[in-house]
Design a protein around this ligand. Structure first.
Ligand SMILES: NC(=O)c1ccc[n+]([C@@H]2O[C@H](COP(=O)([O-])OP(=O)(O)OC[C@H]3O[C@@H](n4cnc5c(N)ncnc54)[C@H](O)[C@@H]3O)[C@@H](O)[C@H]2O)c1
Length: 434
């Protein structure tokens, strides 16, 4: 039996040894999901503290449905920290970081180091899947690196594909099951094998075979598209502010047009993916003659939003309004109802307020860190301490509790238009444009 038939059979019979690399936001739910579908799963993360916590059943993610998925499936996963223990792997799934540096250039060393380690250890007949979001062409380069390190032959001894993760933070567990999947091989046999593997755990109708380069580009296009759309809404908000009209009303009325669907403007775009993926797409072109402009402009528009919200605070003359010189900021995560603060515009606003010498008190029911500000232990403590309140993130829990409070003496800044009904219940309501 050829090596290809062997691994194909192990995948079909669900007896393949699957190793998921990186037990973070994507890798952990992925490993749990595979375990639930009956695969033999090993989870490898180089962060020993994280692995030790997982062995004790402790996860560090606030995700709907994750606790129950973890309580049933964590005990079924072999958790390790060392590449020494992966020789028996048939399928390797890499869910490793792919950030950008200060110059907005892709940082691929996590993937490169991992592939070099794998190349030194894996046996003949393995399938490597890159789930990380990467610049176009990266999977092909990683396959070449793997071949050099392992001295194995692509298409004969190993197969290699890009299978991006497209889940939405907050809905990761549900979307793992329902999202469409791409199987982008670096060769047609790699595509077939990746398709077979994904179809063994996901609904086969949701698995789309393609090439590695198209898969990489499609993933980057999705996130860049969303980023550009939010930037349009944010630019509209800034225009409306200059014109003294309410951007929310403008968007509401514009969206009555059957072919218009403008997204919501707000405090900015955060999270792990959207702020970097446009750059990964743009940086995929190295020596081309075309210089992309729209995606990079959108990045600047969205990046400027926390500073713009700060300018709205500055417009308030606290002394003239006889207000305490302390600002309360509610919500620190990058979006509602999650604990993830990576690239959070709200946290950026905390830094801007502090740098301007303002006293800042923060509260987020999902986030324990204070980011250099004073941290209130409760919503009441924050409301007692300040008269200027910014709702940086409208967690459902916060909105529900705020409705019950007496806010009549507060200046309420609501950049995401989370609580427009407060307009007549507060001393002064400040939205994004008016
Ligand atoms: N977070 C999201 O919502 C999301 C959504 C879709 C796609 N993605 C993409 O998925 C990839 C992973 O993102 P994430 O949010 O899970 O990152 P993460 O930082 O939460 O997790 C990465 C994990 O990899 C571990 N790690 C680093 N180097 C390692 C190595 N050499 N070997 C083994 N483990 C190593 C880290 O300790 C960490 O636990 C990224 O490319 C990201 O762009 C993320």
């Amino acid at each position: 039996m050829s090596r290809l038939s062997e691994i194909q059979e192990r995948i079909d019979k669900k007896i393949a040894n699957v190793v998921v690399f990186g037990m973070g936001y994507i890798g952990l739910p992925t490993a749990l999901f595979y375990a639930e579908k009956g695969l033999n799963v090993t989870g490898l993360d180089t962060n020993a503290d994280l692995v030790s916590d997982l062995k004790n059943g402790i996860t560090h993610m606030e995700e709907e449905g994750l606790d129950s998925l973890a309580s049933q499936n964590l005990p079924r996963i072999r958790l390790i920290t060392s590449y020494e223990e992966i020789e028996k792997a048939d399928v390797c799934v890499l869910c490793l970081p792919s950030p950008i540096d200060k110059e907005k250039k892709p940082v691929l060393r996590f993937l490169e180091n991992s592939i070099a380690e794998l190349g030194r250890r894996l046996k003949k007949g393995c399938l490597v899947l890159i789930e990380s979001t990467v610049p176009v062409g990266t999977t092909e380069r990683l396959a070449t690196l793997f071949a050099e390190e392992s001295r194995l032959k692509l298409g004969n001894d190993f197969w290699f594909a890009h299978c991006p993760e497209r889940v939405l933070p907050g809905k990761v567990v549900a979307e793992l099951e329902t999202n469409h999947r791409l199987a982008g091989g670096v060769t047609s046999q790699s595509t077939k094998l990746a398709t077979a593997f994904l179809s063994s755990v996901f609904n086969a109708e949701l698995v789309h075979p393609t090439s590695a380069r198209v898969s990489e580009a499609a993933k980057l296009a999705e996130n860049s598209y969303r980023d550009v759309n939010v930037a349009f809404a944010n630019e509209l908000a800034r225009i409306c502010a200059e014109l003294g009209i309410d951007v929310t009303e403008v968007i509401q009325l514009a969206n009555l047009h059957p072919r218009v669907d403008i997204l919501r403007p707000g405090i900015g775009v955060g999270g792990y993916c959207l702020p970097k993926d446009g750059w990964l797409l743009v940086q995929s072109i190295k020596d081309g003659t075309f210089v992309p402009r729209l995606i990079t402009a959108a990045r600047s528009v969205n990046d400027e939003m926390p500073a713009y919200v700060f300018s709205r605070v500055q417009e308030l003359d606290l002394e003239a309004l006889s207000l305490k010189p302390i600002v309360g900021l509610l919500g620190l995560s990058f979006k509602p109802n999650v604990s993830d603060t990576r690239n959070s515009p709200s946290v950026q606003l905390v830094h801007i307020l502090l740098a301007a010498g303002m006293e800042v008190i923060v509260f987020d029911p999902y986030v324990e860190r204070d980011y250099g500000a004073k941290r209130a232990e409760s919503l009441d403590e924050l409301l007692d301490a300040c008269e200027v309140v910014i709702l940086g993130v409208g967690h459902d829990m916060l909105v529900r509790d705020l409705v019950e409070k007496d806010l009549s003496q507060k200046v309420f800044i609501d950049p995401n238009n989370s609580m427009p009904d407060l307009k007549n219940r507060v001393k002064k309501y400040i939205g994004l444009s008016i």
